[in-house]
Design a protein around this ligand. Structure first.
Ligand code: DGY
Length: 431
């Protein structure tokens, strides 16, 4: 078994090897550009040994920000033939080219943590100050263009926005997307890098790409897409991450001497209610919601625990979530499977349909810890570290066998190892 020191060295080596000069690719071949939430987690990893480089990661990410404030989920800093769909398929006129959808908005929270923990406070303060207006513009975009009716829940227009691309939570909503008969032909590249049994099905891919054509036809007009897009869901991953990010933006606003507290507090009031409205008393879990049918999506997924990370749950609901997760723990060896292991949709090796993801574990553990459930938080941290010890820094892991799955030498898994390996608990103060 490798030692903690050798694993830390390996994790640092992965970040250095995946560094493309100011941005870090998730892994060579499969993901050769900069992804939004990957960049956030990776910055936390860089923070452990090169603070300047950590801030650079976020600055480079914001080169992709659109004029309307949207922060895209991929920034195509330079051409790379190993990935599809690349900039040509997205057809976005931006320099550098980008995708046209977003991803879980972790940045405000991670900027706060980086500022709180930085050795170099002068640098951290200057960087946080210069990022702040861009983050604010991003969060205003969410409110203005994805929740114009102030429901407290963001409308998500693509499974890729949730980060959990092929989660069974999206099956029904995605099935409603009729595959475009004129869909331009394409060759998937992901299955050339990773065993197809660990990746989304072809039927899902056809729909993922059909949605791109829908956006292009609408000229990427968000308000139009809120009515026309056949895929519309409320995603716990986006709403909970955004709620916490707004709490931290409010904190940054005060700390850095800006004056947007009242505006942000208004958003928080709405999203507190929006998220708590996703609670299911009988299941003891939060469910995503299909915004076309208006119905809850009754499948337990790892994001079902994220209202703890958001901080919206009551202590009673936190207890229920603990109980639910204990039930899951009796079915698998490693926490937290991305889908309820008792669900008929659970596939332990297929991407977001069952495997364990270190980054989601990080958010869930932090949430449990903040509600005083230290034991389960520590179990999640220990499971994550053991998976890395046994199977290296994989993209995701089999929750029963611990097998490493998906891409290898993966930046955000290495980053989480660096953040957690020396911690004495699942606190982010391990940074
Ligand atoms: C992919 O290509 O699998 C990505 O998750 C899209 O962002």
């Amino acid at each position: 078994m490798p030692t903690q020191e050798s694993l830390e060295q390996e994790a640092r080596r992965i970040l250095l090897a995946n560094d493309r000069g100011g941005f870090t690719i998730p892994t060579a071949g499969l993901y050769p550009f900069q992804w939004l939430w990957d960049a956030g987690f990776t910055a936390l990893g860089w923070m452990q040994f090169d603070e300047g480089r950590a801030w650079q990661e976020l600055k480079t990410l914001f080169r992709g920000q659109w004029e309307n404030g949207m922060l895209p989920h991929i920034v195509f800093h330079r051409p790379e033939p190993t990935y599809f769909p690349g900039p040509e398929r997205w057809g976005v006129a931006h320099i550098p080219p980008t995708s046209a959808i977003t991803q879980p908005p972790v940045v405000a929270t991670f900027v706060r943590w980086m500022l709180e923990q930085a050795q170099n406070q002068a640098l951290a303060e200057a960087e946080a100050k210069s990022l702040y207006p861009h983050i604010l513009a991003y969060h205003r975009w969410f409110k203005r263009e994805r929740d114009p009716d102030n429901t407290g829940l963001v409308t998500v227009l693509h499974p890729w926005e949730t980060g959990a691309d092929n989660s069974p939570a999206w099956d029904q909503a995605l099935a409603r997307v009729a595959v475009d008969p004129a869909l331009p032909p394409y060759t998937r590249r992901d299955t050339a890098h990773v065993d197809p049994s660990q990746r989304p099905h072809q039927a899902e891919y056809d729909r993922f790409l059909t949605l791109l054509e829908v956006y292009k036809r609408a000229g990427f007009d968000q308000l139009r897409l809120l009515c026309e897009c056949p895929f519309r869901v409320a995603s716990l991953l986006i709403d909970c991450v955004l709620h916490r990010a707004n709490r931290d933006l409010l904190w940054l606003s005060q700390r850095l001497g800006f004056d947007h507290q009242a505006e942000i507090a208004g958003w928080l009031e709405a999203s507190q209610q929006g998220i708590e409205g996703l609670w299911d008393e009988e299941a003891g879990l939060y469910f995503n919601r299909d915004l076309v049918s208006g119905e809850p999506i009754q499948v337990g997924v790892s994001a079902s625990f994220l209202p703890l990370y958001a901080g919206t749950a009551s202590p009673e609901r936190a207890e229920r979530l603990l109980h639910t997760l204990q039930g899951w723990a009796s079915q698998v060896r490693y926490l937290v499977p991305s889908t309820d292991p008792q669900s008929p949709y659970f596939e332990p090796q297929r991407y977001w349909r069952g495997p364990v993801w270190a980054v989601v574990n990080y958010l869930i553990a932090l949430g449990f810890r903040e509600y005083g459930h230290e034991q389960i938080a520590e179990r999640i941290r220990q499971d994550t570290l053991e998976l890395a010890r046994r199977a290296g820094f994989s993209e995701y892991y089999h929750p029963l066998t611990g097998q490493g799955l998906g891409g290898r030498a993966f930046s955000w898994t290495a980053a989480i190892y660096l953040v957690w390996s020396r911690a004495t608990s699942a606190a982010h103060s391990a940074l």
